[in-house]
Design a protein around this ligand. Structure first.
Ligand code: AMP
Ligand code: ZN
Length: 120
C-alpha cells in the first residue's frame, strides 16, 4: 500500500469515503460505474491495494492483476456484454490520458466500439 493512498481518489472510493455505484466487490477488488461513461457499459475495476498503474501492479502483485482481470470478466458477464463483446483497457501515462494514478481496468461494451486508439 502506498503512503499516498489517502490522497488517492480510487483509494477513497474503495474505503467508502467517496460515493460510487459499486457493481462488484470482493476481498481484493472493487468495481464501480465510470462517472463519465464512454459506452452503455463502462465500469472500472480496481484492486483494493494502491498501485499507480497496471505496469506497477504487474510488477508488484502479479496475482492481484489476475484478480482484477477475473473481476473484469465477471462484470462483463453480469452486465450482459460477455457474449456481444467488450474491451478491457488500462490507460498508462500522459499519452494514454491516464488521469487517476491508482491502477484501474476499464470494462467497456454494450455497443459496437470505435477504433482501439479512439476510446475516450
Ligand atoms: P483514466 O483516464 O484511465 O485514468 O480513467 C479515469 C476514469 O475515472 C475516467 O474514465 C473518469 O471518468 C473516471 N472517474 C473519475 N472520477 C470518478 C469517480 N468519482 N467515480 C467514477 N469514475 C470516475
Ligand atoms: Zn489508490
Amino acid at each position: 500500500m502506498s503512503a499516498s493512498a489517502s490522497d488517492c481518489l480510487f483509494c477513497r472510493i474503495v474505503a467508502g469515503e467517496i460515493p460510487a455505484t459499486i457493481v462488484h466487490s470482493d476481498d481484493r477488488t472493487v468495481a464501480f460505474r465510470d462517472i463519465n461513461p464512454q459506452a452503455p457499459t463502462h465500469v472500472l475495476v480496481v484492486p483494493r491495494e494502491h498501485h499507480p498503474n497496471a505496469a506497477a501492479l504487474a510488477a508488484e502483485a502479479p496475482e492481484l492483476l489476475v484478480e482484477v482481470m477475473r473481476a473484469g470478466a465477471a462484470v462483463a458477464e453480469r452486465e450482459g456484454v460477455a457474449a456481444s463483446g467488450y474491451r478491457l483497457l488500462f490507460n498508462t501515462g500522459a499519452d494514454a490520458g491516464q488521469t487517476v494514478f491508482h491502477a484501474h481496468l476499464h470494462v467497456i461494451g454494450g455497443e459496437r466500439l470505435g477504433g482501439m486508439a479512439q476510446v475516450g
